[in-house]
Structures are given as structure tokens and as C-alpha cells.
Design a protein around this ligand. Structure first.
Ligand code: GDP
Ligand code: MN
Length: 399
């Protein structure tokens, strides 16, 4: 789960990280009021969307009077911000954050991520902030400092000091830098975050260290014990397909292709997507409906997959171990009888009571294409709908 910049800043501030003064606005009038409250003679109007790269896409505007603040906010509200990180669908701006302007001397990068290979939290920092970490890795790889945190000890002050030193921080700013690094780490650890990124972390001309931008991501599976974080969820920023799935308790990841997948088990769902790709197709989604695929869950899964208008065929792949194929088949028949679909449906069943399951589908009279093996199911699915690439080219030509 991701949160907005202003929310991440509020959280980090609670852990001792310094941020510029700021306020949230839902209208241009509120934006000017916020600027007035903050005072000073320079403000930054920032679109609050769950994506990075706002600066280059017109989502960050530096303003020097209240009219400019009004106009900048007015131009952002309701607009779709497409950044190189947001994907072509972009994100709509419903909230803007107004911040007091800051005189920047130097921009740094500070991030915390989970390093899978060592199973530890890793601090990633660079003296070349402002640009994205991928760009820094391209252009200035030697500026990147990586430091692994021992889970038994946690981040030590000594370690934080070492990181700050490598960023070129000295003198009076050292204490502030250590507080920033330690605070960000504590926020990460205490709130089940999966990512904290402060980019840029700035040294100001008057000698302060401030988080000018902040991003946090959290572990969805830990949100049951973090109600104060769950509350920050903003569904307007999520892929609507994934929001619907989460609300129905299904594990769904929306993808770009056109073959919808309904599968029981995460591993089998991965294998199904691989097989579709091997057969020359593109999956529209990952979907694991769980081991106990009841008729209700199957019906929910169909509704969810069909709500994606890119779907040209639906592949149902069920391996019944604990479950029973006849039961799943009943669910498929029930779902398709109550809500007929206008795209080909390919079903592959395997495991317990497979013959009974196939019989139920055959007897239903529904236009379901049966497959015996997964590779056969994938081939039929790919063969029964337009190629994803052709569709894209076609759309591009039409546009
Ligand atoms: P992002 O593009 O989504 O990562 O948005 P950021 O919040 O990182 O802002 C992009 C850039 O705008 C920063 O790297 C800064 O260079 C600039 N910026 C943001 N706030 C201020 C400010 O208060 N003063 C000045 N001079 N520049 C700012
Ligand atoms: Mn940034």
C-alpha cells in the first residue's frame, strides 16, 4: 500500500525528521489560504498522486505570490498527471500540498528498502539527489552508498554517522543527518513499511537538513495491525481492478495483456501466465482465487476478470487437491449461467473428481472450451482471441 507525500512527511516528522511547513488543499481557494497560513514569499504547490516523477510532468510548481499559488493549484485539480513512473493511465489529482519554499544548497538521496538476497533492510543513499535512483545508478554509480542493517541490532548511530559522512555531511549538520537517518529507519521498522524514500533530502542555505519529498510503501499483509496506516489508503490512486479484488478478498494483480486468468494457487497462477506467454499471448492479470475455490469465489472471480475491458478470453485453470473439480465446475457453470460472457472461456481441470467436473461442464451446454493440459489451455486461449500486440498496433494506427 502506498500513501501520499504529505502523509509520509507527517509520519516521518513524528519520528524526528525535519520537513518544510506545509498544508493540504482540496481547492485552489484552500491552496491560497494555506500559502497565507504558511507565510513567507515563496511556496511550492505539489500534486498529491501515488507516483514519482511529478516535477518533470508539471506536478510541482514553485510560486512567488498567492495568485500564482491559486493558478498552479487550479491547473492541477482534476487533471490526469502522467509521469514516466505512473504508466500511461496516469493518476488524477484530487489533493495538492502547499509547502513553504526552501533555498536549496545540495540535494541528497536517502532510501530504505528490503534487500531480498540478504533478507535485511538496506539503506541506499547518494550525494546526487533530485534525480531518480535508477538515473543515479546510471550516471553516478560511485556516489551510491549501501549499508545493510543487522536485524538483531537495528541501525546504529555509528552506522548512520558513517552514511552521513559518505554523503559529505560535516560539522553541525552531522547531528541532524543522524537524526534524519535514524528517524526514517524507525518509521520503516515500526510501521511495517516496505519502502521509505526521501528524494531529495536537502541541505538548505541556512544550514538545515529537510525532507523535501517523501514516499512510503507498506506491507499489505501487515495492515491488519496498523489501522492508523490503513486509514491513509486512497482508493482514487489505485488500479480500480486491484481495489475491487482487495475488497473481495482475492489476490489480483492487473497486467497489460488480454487473456484473463482465474486460477487456484499462486504458483499455478504464475505457471499459467508463463504458459500464456510461451504460447505467444499476454495475460491480463494474475489472480489466485485460493485453495477452497467455492462457487461464490469463482463467480466473484469471473465478475472481476470481466470488469477489465481489455479481456478477450478467459482461462480458468484449476488443480483440485483438497478441492474437487465437480464443485469448481458447478461454480463455473453457475457463474456463466447467471452472467453470460461474450468472450471465449477456456477451462482446464485437473485433480480430484476431474471426470465428474468435465461431465458437468459438457452437460451444461455452455460454450466452454475444455482443455486437458495447461499448455493446451494456453494455446486455445491465445488462438481464440486477437493478439495483444496487434490490438495495440491497431489502436495506435487508429489514434
Ligand atoms: P517528484 O518529481 O515527484 O520526485 O517531486 P519532488 O517533490 O521531488 O520535487 C521535484 C523537484 O522540485 C525537487 O527535486 C526540487 O529540485 C524541486 N523543489 C521541490 N520543492 C522545492 C523548494 O521548496 N524549493 C526549490 N527551490 N525547489 C524545490
Ligand atoms: Mn522526488
Amino acid at each position: 500500500m502506498d500513501i501520499h507525500e504529505y502523509q509520509a512527511k507527517e509520519i516521518l516528522q513524528g519520528f524526528g525528521v525535519k520537513v518544510p511547513p506545509g498544508g493540504l488543499a482540496y481547492s485552489p481557494e484552500q491552496a491560497t489560504y494555506r500559502a497565507h497560513e504558511i507565510g513567507g514569499d515563496k511556496w511550492v504547490v505539489k500534486a498529491q498522486v501515488h507516483t514519482g516523477g511529478r516535477g518533470k510532468a508539471g506536478g510541482v510548481k514553485v510560486c512567488s505570490d498567492e495568485h500564482e499559488v491559486f493558478d498552479a493549484a487550479n491547473a492541477m485539480f482534476g487533471k490526469k498527471l502522467v509521469t514516466h513512473q505512473s504508466g500511461p493511465a496516469g493518476k488524477i489529482v484530487y489533493r495538492v500540498y502547499i509547502e513553504g519554499g526552501v533555498e536549496i544548497e545540495r540535494e541528497l538521496y536517502l532510501g530504505f528498502v528490503l534487500d531480498r538476497s540478504t533478507e535485511r533492510i538496506m539503506v541506499v543513499a547518494s550525494s546526487e539527489g533530485g534525480m531518480e535512483i535508477e538515473e543515479i545508478a546510471e550516471d553516478e554509480p560511485e556516489s551510491i552508498v549501501r549499508s545493510l542493517i543487522d536485524p538483531a541490532v537495528g541501525l546504529t548511530e555509528f552506522q548512520a554517522r558513517e552514511i552521513a559522512f559518505e554523503l559529505g555531511i560535516t560539522g553541525k549538520q552531522m547531528q541532524q543527518a543522524v537524526a534524519t537517518i535514524m528517524g526514517s529507519y524507525r518509521a520503516f521498522r515500526d510501521l511495517d513499511a516496505t519502502m521509505v524514500e526521501i528524494n531529495p533530502l536537502v541541505l538548505t542555505t541556512d544550514g538545515n537538513i529537510l525532507a523535501l519529498d517523501a514516499k512510503m510503501g507498506f506491507d499489505d499483509n501487515a495492515m491488519f495491525r496498523r489501522p492508523e496506516i490503513s486509514e491513509l489508503r486512497d482508493k482514487s490512486q489505485e488500479d480500480p481492478r486491484e481495489t475491487r479484488a482487495a475488497d473481495r478478498g482475492l489476490s489480483y494483480v492487473g497486467l497489460e495483456g488480454n487473456i484473463g486468468c482465474i486460477v487456484n494457487g499462486a504458483g499455478l497462477a504464475m505457471a499459467t501466465m508463463d504458459m500464456i506467454k510461451t504460447s505467444g499471448g499476454e495475460p491480463a492479470n494474475f489472480l489466485d482465487i485460493g485453495g477452497g475455490a467455492s462457487p461464490e469465489r469463482v463467480a466473484k472471480a469471473f465478475r472481476l476478470v470481466r470488469s477489465d475491458e481489455n479481456v478477450d478470453a478467459i482461462l480458468v485453470n484449476i488443480f483440485a487437491g483438497i478441492n474437487r473439480c465437480d464443485w469448481v465446475a458447478e461454480g463455473v457453470v453457475e457463474a456463466l449461467t447467471n452472467n453470460p460472457v461474450d468472450v471465449p472461456v477456456i477451462v482446464r481441470l485437473a485433480g480430484t473428481n476431474v471426470d465428474e467436473g468435465r461431465q458437468i461442464i459438457a452437460d451444461s451446454g455452455l460454450p466452454i472450451l475444455m482443455a486437458t493440459t495447461l499448455s493446451e489451455a494456453a494455446k486455445i486461449s491465445v488462438g481464440s482471441c486477437p493478439r495483444h500486440e496487434d490490438k495495440i498496433n491497431h489502436t495506435a494506427e487508429a489514434a
